[in-house]
Ligand binder design. Structure first.
Ligand code: C2E
Ligand code: CA
Ligand code: CA
Ligand code: CA
Length: 279
């Protein structure tokens, strides 16, 4: 994993070098992009499996590099994590999302989910709690639900500090989902300790629906486990009607994927949501 992260960092360094025509440290590049407000939120709908209604969104970061278009997050997030800039970048993303969504809060269904991806580094920073509080305070009470997605690829080391943080997050109503679930090593103890509310089944399981019986078996087991633990399930990477039908039959509660909608700018999302609601 470290090699992968290292090479992605290097790759993005090379890209930036080529694009900007001057050598700059990753930190300087990212800090410059942050100051220039080049990071922006895209949102992808999350739908209710039973009725197909949009019950929330996941926020996905994009880097709009002038003259170059959008840069994919896997090319710069690892670098942002290494340099610690992921914290101010996420704070700015939350601010932008609140700014764009608050004027439309009454158009959205109640308790609309807004999910952010959080890196392990966030969990050692007490300011995460303030950022979440600030975000929630901007919306009319009950209009949205703030979700944090923690990837199973970087397990957080549980300490007294993280126990306190997750207890406090829970007490202000912030929900926690484990992202990329099924490919890492989160234990039951881990799920309890971080007061996990939902598991996002990794896309690789969804891709294999209908292809082999082992992954079908794994999916069944995941659903059984989540039901017993009273944890919600979200399937991501749903691309076909067949996958949707399969997951629906399994009673997976939420679905996300290109089949329902691609990540898009918030303005476009609001427009599409109105259209969907009125037709
Ligand atoms: P992720 O959190 O697992 O996000 C899901 C990724 O799958 C997104 O890629 C999304 O565009 C893509 N996706 C959604 N539906 C489908 C589908 O039906 N088929 C396929 N093939 N892909 C689908 P994206 O936007 O390129 O983001 C990649 C990763 O970058 C994310 O994976 C997440 O780990 C990271 N990331 C994105 N934004 C942030 C952020 O603000 N903070 C942090 N820490 N990480 C972020
Ligand atoms: Ca995610
Ligand atoms: Ca994922
Ligand atoms: Ca919780």
């Amino acid at each position: 994993l470290l090699v992968l992260i290292g090479s992605l960092g290097l790759l993005s360094g090379v890209i930036c070098y080529r694009l900007l025509g001057r050598p700059a440290s990753p930190r300087t590049q990212l800090q410059g992009a942050l100051n220039a407000k080049q990071f922006e939120p895209f949102v992808q709908p999350i739908v209710n499996a039973t009725d197909g209604r949009w019950s929330g969104v996941e926020v996905l970061m994009r880097w709009r590099l002038p003259g170059e278009g959008l840069i994919r997050p896997d090319l710069f997030i690892p670098m942002a994590e290494q340099t610690g800039l992921i914290l101010p970048m996420t704070r700015d993303l939350m601010r932008q999302v609140a700014e764009a969504l608050v004027p439309h809060a009454t158009e959205l269904p109640p308790h609309f989910h807004v999910g952010f991806n959080i890196s392990a580094a966030h969990c050692n920073d007490p300011r995460l709690l303030d950022d979440c509080r600030d975000f929630l305070a901007r919306f009319p009470p009950g209009s949205i639900e703030l979700w944090l997605e923690l990837t199973e690829r970087q397990l957080i080391e549980p300490t007294e500090q993280t126990d306190l943080l997750f207890m406090q997050l829970d007490s202000i109503g912030v929900k926690v989902a484990i992202d990329d679930f099924g490919i890492g090593h989160a234990s039951l103890n881990y799920l309890q300790r971080f007061k996990v509310d939902a598991l996002k089944i990794d896309q690789s399981f969804i891709k294999r629906i209908g292809a082999d019986t082992l992954s079908a078996h794994l999916l069944d087991t995941l659903v059984e486990l989540a039901t017993k633990l009273e944890i919600d399930l979200i399937a991501e990477g749903v691309e076909t009607a067949a996958q949707r039908d399969y997951l629906r039959a399994l009673h997976v509660r939420y679905l996300q994927g290109y089949f329902f909608g691609r990540p898009m700018p918030i303005g476009e999302f609001i427009h599409a949501h109105r259209h969907k609601r009125d037709t």
